[in-house]
Design a protein around this ligand. Structure first.
Ligand code: HEC
Length: 262
């Protein structure tokens, strides 16, 4: 008995020492750029899947609300998600390429995740990855709208995605719910320009320019952000999507006429 206890104590001390060694010596490489060895990758993926699955088990998805909800979800996706989760037929942005783990293709995720699981991941984020929690800045209803859109991604072609973009571009400033519709700014060309040429003239924020470059088709960013800014003032730019918004405004469209945004 004594030897067993002795061995356990020794093992625990050894584990603690090893942990301290790793923590203090800098031997662990925190760089994003090295690829996880297969066993680590497996451990991370399995941990994530089981964690999401068990936490989502008690969530009951509300009934879906049809086409309008999907449109609203599309707008949010375009603004908040497409930057990392490349839309159908889009090119990966530098942010997508630079993240580890790489943001998955949500069309594939939607095939193996339930609505409740998608919702949980979107609301709570995934720790130590680039996946933000959107719960702190968005209402559950808004997140369910995004889930509704994400569930339409499997099988969606590039032209179907672009059709959303084109259609909602226009109706956009007058549409009803959600954020992003209320900006009214309407001026589409400035943001299109912004998108087209990447970061040169938006040099104050590299991220946005890239995104633009990557998905020229999702011209919507510009005014979505307008929406944010009117909705809540600048406060929630910190919320994640706002980061683009802030800059986009600086790029000079729309908000001057709103005046009140600042
Ligand atoms: C800054 C980049 C970034 C943004 C923006 C982002 N995500 Fe993610 N997301 C990630 C990364 C990285 C992962 C992968 C996490 C992992 O592998 O553990 C991820 C994972 C997910 C997952 C889990 C997928 C799976 O197969 O397990 C879902 C669902 C998801 N994101 C949805 C969204 C939605 C919806 C939005 C927009 C509201 C969004 N994400 C915005 C980076 C991002």
């Amino acid at each position: 008995m004594k030897t067993i206890i002795g061995t356990l104590v020794a093992a625990a001390a050894f584990a603690a020492l090893t942990a301290l060694l790793v923590i203090y010596t800098g031997m662990f490489n925190v760089a994003t750029t090295w690829e996880d060895p297969a066993p680590i990758r497996w451990a991370l993926v399995t941990t994530r899947e089981n964690s999401i699955e068990s936490r989502a088990a008690s969530i009951v998805a509300p009934p879906t609300k049809g086409a309008k909800q999907i449109d609203t979800g599309f707008r949010s996706y375009r603004e908040m998600c497409a930057l990392c989760h490349t839309p159908p037929g889009g090119r990966d942005s530098p942010i997508t390429k630079g993240l580890n783990p790489v943001p998955p293709d949500l069309a594939k995720s939607a095939e193996h995740m339930s609505a409740a699981e998608l919702f949980w991941a979107i609301k709570n984020g995934i720790r130590m990855t680039g996946m933000p929690a959107w719960g702190p800045t968005h209402k559950d209803d808004e997140l369910w709208d995004i889930v509704a859109f994400v569930q339409k991604l499997p099988g969606m072609t590039k032209s179907e995605y672009l059709a959303f973009d084109a259609r909602l571009e226009k109706g956009h400033s007058h549409a009803g719910g959600g954020h992003g519709d209320d900006h009214g700014g309407g001026s589409e060309s400035p943001k299109d320009a912004g998108h087209g040429d990447g970061h040169e003239h938006e040099s104050e924020e590299a991220g946005h320019g890239h995104e633009a470059g990557a998905h020229g088709e999702e011209g919507g960013h510009g005014h979505e952000e307008g929406g944010h800014e009117e909705e809540g003032g600048h406060g929630h730019e910190e919320g994640g999507h706002g980061k683009e918004g802030g800059h986009e405004e600086e790029a000079g469209h729309g908000h001057e006429d709103d005046g009140h945004a600042h």
